[in-house]
Design a protein around this ligand. Structure first.
Ligand code: AMP
Ligand code: FE
Ligand code: FE
Ligand code: ZN
Length: 284
């Protein structure tokens, strides 16, 4: 069993890098990618422990990007990057620092937007929960702790999600820009959980994926906790048709998404074959 999509508490997961390695060993995961949002800090910390325990640890990253123009116009797109040169080039790390600065700016505006609606929370208390970066899941925790939301979902529905009245955008590069950045750093750019594009029109979805392939995309995440069997079938067909690598992972975040288990995903919907990783390695 392998799992190529997971988060530590260096981004918005709840497990420390060492705890995540421990969990992977316990659950019989043979290869694990740490794919935190915008940072390699979790991977860097986990690597020595993984080596000494015999866990095959893969370096990954997840970037929040935006679809340019046309069919998918402005939709939020998550892009995974795998097998970047080690250590990742300085210009790539500098670009990540810019993205994290974009989060800080969004977080300040989000606090102001919440204040306007009478939600009294301080940036400092939210930032205390984050390590390398502070994201909306950290806001959700504070909103719950202070009684503004009964649970995580309600925090997003009422305050943090895209349709909430207090929502604020954050800077996100266009997908092709992020694809180019990952390629230039020697990595494999992969479209994360394509179901979350939310494209009902399957022809438009396929067109978007083809355009991203033309922009340098190398793979798509076929196996994911949010994908039902027909979705996995559809995405694996698209991967074959456009000569894209197949990848997969649970998108484990720890206690904030307790239904998702490392390695096996949502209600055991994942059993990712090791051949997926071998094929990625062969073409990286
Ligand atoms: P951020 O990167 O700070 O904008 O936060 C994005 C993260 O918040 C995602 O990676 C998810 O973990 C979580 N998230 C975003 N939208 C929702 C939602 N509607 N419901 C639950 N979690 C969400
Ligand atoms: Fe996340
Ligand atoms: Fe994601
Ligand atoms: Zn993720």
């Amino acid at each position: 069993m392998i799992d190529l999509h997971s988060h530590t508490n260096e981004s918005d997961g709840t497990f420390t890098p060492l705890e995540l390695v421990e969990l992977a060993m316990e659950r019989g995961v043979e290869a694990l990618a740490i794919s935190d949002h915008d940072t390699f800090a979790g991977y860097d910390q986990a690597l020595p422990e993984a080596k000494s325990r015999g866990l095959d640890l893969v370096c990954g990253i997840e970037l929040s990007t935006r679809a340019p123009g046309a069919g998918a116009k402005g939709r939020a797109v998550h892009l995974l990057g795998y097998f970047l040169r080690q250590p990742p080039p300085a210009d790539f790390r500098a670009w990540l620092a810019e993205l994290i600065e974009g989060r800080r700016d969004r977080n300040r505006r989000l606090i102001a937007s919440l204040r306007e609606k009478g939600v009294e929370i301080e940036l400092a208390e939210v930032e205390r929960l984050g390590r390398t970066l502070t994201g909306r899941p950290h806001f959700a925790r504070i909103l719950m702790d202070k009684g503004y939301a009964a649970n995580y979902e309600e925090a997003f529905r009422r305050y943090l999600g895209e349709t909430a009245p207090t929502f604020v955008e954050r800077y996100a590069p266009d997908v092709p820009v992020a694809i180019r950045r990952v390629l230039d750093a020697g990595g494999l750019p992969v479209l994360a959980h394509p179901i979350r594009l939310g494209m009902r029109d399957l022809n438009a979805e396929e067109t978007f994926i083809r355009e991203m392939r033309d922009a340098g995309l190398r793979g798509i995440e076929v196996f994911h906790s949010d994908h039902r069997p027909p979705d996995m079938e559809r995405y694996s067909g698209i991967a074959r048709k456009y000569n894209l690598l197949v990848t997969g992972g649970s998108d484990f975040h720890g206690d904030i998404k307790p239904q998702i288990l490392l390695g096996t995903g949502f209600h055991g919907n994942l059993n990712i074959p090791i051949s997926v990783l071998n094929d990625m390695r062969a073409s990286a």
